[in-house]
Design a protein around this ligand. Structure first.
Ligand SMILES: Cc1cc2nc3c(=O)[nH]c(=O)nc-3n(C[C@H](O)[C@H](O)[C@H](O)COP(=O)(O)OP(=O)(O)OC[C@H]3O[C@@H](n4cnc5c(N)ncnc54)[C@H](O)[C@@H]3O)c2cc1C
Ligand SMILES: NC(=O)c1ccc[n+]([C@@H]2O[C@H](COP(=O)([O-])OP(=O)(O)OC[C@H]3O[C@@H](n4cnc5c(N)ncnc54)[C@H](OP(=O)(O)O)[C@@H]3O)[C@@H](O)[C@H]2O)c1
Length: 494
């Protein structure tokens, strides 16, 4: 179908998906025909968005075939490379994704970077529909002087390092300093703080990489500051993760009661979840701990603190200019009300000495291919409920659809919605109806370009190898870090 204007596309989608008038027989196009070739659909990205979109399509269309393209050799996106090693229960979603991948109507095509190895236009020519679910792979830069100094890392890279993301395996952060500063107060900031401060023996039975564990065992970091530009009512982390920090063995929280002045009254006005979270912060900051907790805190050798109303202004170098020695923070006050509350500088600054800075101010999606619209300001593919604006047959789901916010459950819901829109359009005859070659064409293209995809059964071999390597140490797995080694294990020439 030739691309037409987006309004037409939507109006047409709406008109064709209305129920037929009473008494009329649904037209051929309003049903999934069993005569036609099964729809060939491809999904780009094998994180939660890719897998949940595929799951929805396979469940609700009896004959659809879905190919999932993934640039890594291994599947599952941030479930493998983001979720913290001490949160194994979160990774159980992998079991559901595995069931999807094992369907005979689904195929995993790993080791294929869309936009580099194959263009989106080539995928669109080969498939009836293409879903972009490639996540948010970049980190949001702070854009302040000194950000490039040794000793400053993005939380994304640090997380990638302890979780075995191949591109971060050499990171080897120097943890010989006393104090680390984390900029940002979201759940990623708390993940990173927790991994820095957890007694290493508590991580030994997780899937953290052995290399990261080795560095953490040598760590001399005693204090971690988690810095936010706004106040306690605006933190982006959630209560479960805060509670985990408060109870972290061997550590003690430091909160300044002055940051909480007048908050008791304002708490009443905020929504329930935010209220519970703020009450926990307030209690931790202002109440004397009970006897047992006081005894636990007295024995703590490490501390963590939340620093509010501080916006990063510059990273300070050591006297020889060779590494980070601190962060200059602009003191802020809040302006505006409700959601629009923003941090405005007061003109004062404060220098916070440290030997390690982790910038945790969010992730960011990249444009994948010049043929795909991209909103650089919002960092998303412009879409309406997952239909890419002005590009019929192209859809998106997950973080690239709505921005780098939300847990796996949120991603699941929005991916199901995208799947639903796609199937509605298919049913309404808005997608190409003729036969499409699907993977047959793409396989030939990739082969001509020297790209050799890996399959889900290849992943299952790597998975078995990882599990077996972890066994000796009592770990669920020891992750393979080197793509060349993975290819060798699969009997491929690296
Ligand atoms: C550090 C961290 C910890 C988190 N912890 C939790 C948690 O404990 N609980 C929770 O519920 N949520 C957690 N989340 C949120 C959760 O991970 C996200 O909601 C979810 O992963 C987003 O899914 P996605 O599929 O959009 O992106 P991703 O999971 O990033 O998946 C995108 C996939 O696309 C692939 N890809 C990228 N570019 C290309 C390309 N050009 N070609 C082919 N493939 C490509 C990537 O390799 C990746 O596999 C965490 C997030 C982060 C950052
Ligand atoms: N355990 C879990 O469930 C878990 C774990 C990890 C991640 N996640 C989810 O993954 C998503 C991403 O998490 P995230 O922590 O990366 O992002 P996030 O929740 O958006 O938090 C980003 C933090 O960075 C701050 N920030 C942004 N720009 C800044 C700047 N220029 N200067 C100073 N501070 C700045 C934000 O402050 P402002 O509010 O002032 O902008 C906020 O405190 C979230 O939805 C999160 O819940 C969940």
């Amino acid at each position: 179908m030739a691309p037409r204007c987006w309004r037409w596309w939507h109006w047409s989608a709406w008109r064709r998906t209305r129920p037929p008038p009473a008494g009329s027989t649904p037209s051929f196009r309003q049903q999934f025909s069993t005569q036609e070739q099964p729809p060939q659909i491809c999904v780009v990205g094998s994180g939660p968005a890719g897998f949940y979109t595929a799951q929805h399509l396979l469940k609700h269309h009896p004959r659809a075939h879905v190919d999932i393209y993934e640039k890594q050799l291994v599947p599952f996106g941030l479930v493998r490379f983001g979720v913290a090693p001490d949160h194994p229960e979160v990774k159980n979603v992998i079991n559901t994704f595995t069931q999807t991948a094992r369907s005979d109507r689904c195929a995993f095509r790993g080791n294929v970077a869309v936009g580099r190895d194959v263009a989106v236009s080539e995928l669109r020519a080969a498939y009836h529909a293409v879903v972009l679910s490639y996540g948010a792979e970049d980190h949001q830069a702070l854009e302040i002087p000194g950000e490039e100094l040794p000793g400053v890392f993005s939380a994304r890279a640090f997380v990638g390092w302890y979780n075995g993301l191949p591109e971060n395996r050499e990171l080897a952060p120097d943890l010989s300093c006393d104090t680390a500063v984390i900029l940002g107060q979201g759940n990623v900031a708390l993940d990173v703080a927790r991994i820095l401060l957890t007694p290493p023996e508590h991580l030994e039975k997780t899937d953290i990489t052995e290399a990261a564990l080795g560095v953490l065992r040598q760590s001399r970091v005693k204090t971690v500051w988690i810095v936010g530009r706004r106040g306690p009512l605006q933190v982006a982390f959630t209560i479960k993760e805060l509670r985990e920090m408060i109870q972290l063995p061997g550590t003690r929280p430091i909160l300044d009661p002055a940051d909480f002045l007048g908050l008791q009254d304002r708490i009443k006005e905020v929504p329930r979840q935010r209220k519970r979270l703020t009450e926990l912060l307030l209690r931790t900051a202002t109440e004397k701990p009970g006897v047992e907790e006081a005894a636990r805190q007295a024995l703590a050798s490490r501390t963590w603190g939340l620093r509010f109303f501080r916006s990063p202004q510059r990273v300070l170098p050591s006297p020889d200019g060779r590494r980070v020695a601190g962060v200059r923070l602009a003191v802020t006050r809040l302006e505006g009300v409700g959601e629009a509350t923003r941090a405005a500088p007061t003109g004062d600054t404060e220098d916070l000495p440290c030997g390690l800075v982790l910038s945790s101010v969010g992730y960011k999606s990249r444009p994948i291919d010049p043929s795909v619209p991209f909103d650089p300001k919002l960092g998303v593919i412009p879409n309406m409920e997952g239909r890419v604006i002005d590009v019929p047959g192209l859809y998106c789901s997950g973080w690239v659809k709505r921005g780098p916010i939300g847990v796996i459950a949120t991603t699941m819901a929005d991916s199901f919605l995208t799947g639903q829109m796609l199937l509605q359009d298919l049913k309404a005859g808005l997608l190409p109806s003729g036969p499409k070659p699907g993977y047959a064409t793409i396989e030939a293209l990739l082969s001509s370009r020297g790209v050799r995809p890996v399959s889900f059964s290849d992943w299952e071999k790597l998975d078995a190898e990882e599990v077996s390597r972890g066994k000796g140490a009592g770990k669920p797995r020891e992750k393979l870090l080197d793509p060349q080694e993975m290819l060798r294990l699969l009997g491929r020439r690296a």
